[in-house]
Ligand binder design. Structure first.
Ligand code: SF4
Length: 389
C-alpha cells in the first residue's frame, strides 16, 4: 500500500474514533501507528482467544461476522505493511476455526492468513501469551516491557487486535467521522435473563433496556447486575438506567470492559458471589508470578474461611495484606485485577461475608451461586445459544 494511502486509512480510523473492544478501549489508530513506528516487518494477530467466563461476544462476532473480521485483518496487514496475519483461537473453538477456514478460502487469503488454535486457559488470550502459543510454547504471558508493538511474534513488531475490533475496521474506514453515529456494542447477557446470549446494541442504550428488550427481561426480581463479569463492581436494580458506556458506568464505580452482563436475582447470596469470583481468579492464575499464584489462593481462602485469620490480623487486614502483596509485580494484570475485584466486593458485602463465615444463615429462600465455575448452568445456557448460530 503506498504511504499516502496508509496515511489516509489511519486518518479515517482516527476520525472514526474507533477504540479496541477487548476491554482496554485503546484508540485503534494509535495502536497501529505504534507498530509502524518500530523497525522491522511486522505481523498482525487477530485475537479470538476469548476466555473470560461468561463472555461469548467474540465467539458471536467470529460466527456471525467472520468475513468482516478477515476484511479488517487484511486492511491492518496492508496498512502496516505486515508479512502476514494470524487468527488466534482457543483450543476448543472448532466451529470458529471451520468458519474462518471457509471464509479464508472464499476471500482468497490462504497465502496471507494462518489459523492457530491454542489452549483453553483464560490467560491464554492475553496478548503476549497468545504469541508464546503461536511460537509453539505454553500460552503464558511474557514480562513487559517490551510490548508486542516493539518485540512481538518471532521478535518482530506485532499488532494484536481483538476480533470484535477488527470486524468494525472496514465500516469505521468507510464512515470516518460518521462512524460514531452508527456504532454498536457487542454484549453478552447471562444469568437470570429469559434469553441469555450475545447481541449488538446501539452505543448509549441503558442497561435496563438491554436487559428487558434483548434479554427478554429478568427471571425473578433483579438483585444485582455485574456489567463486566468478574471484573466489575455490581449495580443494584435501582441503578440500571445507566448508559452502557465506560464513563457512565465508571461514575458508578463499575465498568464496561467486555460488556459481559451478568444478571442475578435477589435470592443470590452476596458471599457466594465473592467466593465465585475469588475462585475464578485462583483457578486461572498461570502460576508464573508468586504474588499472583499465592495471592489468589490467599484471597480465596480468606473469603471461603479455609484460612482462619491470624491472631495478629483481622480478616479485613489480612485481605488488605494479601492484596498489597499482589499489586507488587506480575507479567499480566490477572493478579492485580483479582486483588482489586475481591477486596472491593469484600468491602461492599463485608457484613454478609463475615456473617456467613460465623455460620449465620441467610434469609429464607437465599441461594448460593457459582456462575463463573466451568460448566455452571449459567455458562451452559450461553453455550446453548452459540449452538443455535
Ligand atoms: S500475573 Fe498471574 S496470570 Fe499473569 S502471568 Fe503472573 S501468575 Fe500468570
Amino acid at each position: 500500500m503506498p504511504p499516502e494511502e496508509r496515511e489516509q486509512t489511519l486518518g479515517r480510523l482516527e476520525a472514526s474514533g474507533l477504540r479496541g473492544r477487548g476491554g482496554a478501549s485503546f484508540e485503534v489508530h494509535r495502536k497501529w501507528r505504534a507498530v509502524m513506528a518500530e523497525d522491522g516487518v511486522p505481523f498482525v494477530v487477530a485475537n479470538g482467544g476469548e476466555g473470560e467466563p461468561g463472555s461469548i461476544k467474540d465467539r458471536f462476532i467470529m460466527r456471525t461476522r467472520t468475513k468482516d473480521v478477515l476484511e479488517g485483518l487484511k486492511i491492518a496487514i496492508d496498512t502496516l505493511g505486515a508479512e502476514r496475519g494470524y487468527v488466534y483461537l482457543k483450543g476448543s473453538f472448532a466451529e470458529e476455526e471451520k468458519r474462518f477456514s471457509e471464509a479464508i478460502l472464499t476471500l482468497g487469503l490462504s497465502s496471507l492468513v494462518s489459523l492457530h488454535r491454542g489452549d483453553d486457559t483464560y490467560v491464554g488470550g492475553e496478548e503476549t501469551a497468545l504469541l508464546e502459543s503461536i511460537e509453539g510454547r505454553v500460552a503464558w504471558p511474557r514480562p513487559k516491557p517490551p510490548r508486542p508493538s516493539a518485540v512481538g511474534l518471532f521478535g518482530r513488531p506485532t499488532l494484536v487486535q481483538n476480533v470484535d475490533t477488527l470486524a468494525r475496521v472496514p465500516e469505521a474506514i468507510r464512515a470516518g467521522a460518521d462512524f460514531a453515529l452508527r456504532d454498536t456494542l457487542t454484549v453478552t447477557l447471562w444469568g437470570d435473563v429469559r434469553r441469555p446470549g450475545a447481541c449488538q446494541v446501539p452505543v448509549g442504550r441503558t442497561l435496563r433496556s438491554v436487559i428487558e428488550q434483548e434479554g427478554g427481561g429478568a427471571v425473578g426480581t433483579i438483585g444485582m447486575v455485574f456489567p463486566n463479569g468478574a471484573q466489575s463492581m455490581p449495580l443494584s436494580a435501582a441503578q440500571l438506567d445507566v448508559a452502557l458506556h465506560p464513563t457512565s458506568l465508571g461514575a458508578l464505580g463499575s465498568g464496561l470492559g467486555t460488556a459481559s452482563i451478568l444478571v442475578l436475582d435477589e435470592a443470590t447470596t452476596p458471599h457466594s458471589m465473592v467466593e465465585s469470583i475469588a475462585r475464578f481468579f485462583e483457578r486461572e492464575s498461570c502460576g508464573q508470578c508468586p504474588p499472583c499464584a499465592l495471592g489468589t489462593v490467599n484471597l480465596r481462602q480468606l473469603v471461603t474461611g479455609d484460612r482462619p485469620p491470624t491472631i495478629r490480623l483481622t480478616p479485613q487486614a489480612a485481605m488488605r495484606e494479601a492484596a498489597s502483596f499482589m499489586a507488587i509485580h506480575g507479567y499480566c494484570s490477572h493478579g492485580r485485577a483479582g486483588a482489586s475485584a475481591v477486596t472491593k466486593l469484600f468491602a461492599l458485602w463485608q457484613d454478609e461475608v463475615m456473617g456467613h463465615l460465623r455460620g449465620e444463615r441467610g434469609p429464607a429462600g437465599a441461594r448460593d451461586r457459582d456462575p463463573f465455575a466451568p460448566g455452571s448452568s449459567e455458562r451452559q445456557a450461553l453455550e446453548a445459544f452459540l449452538q443455535g448460530i
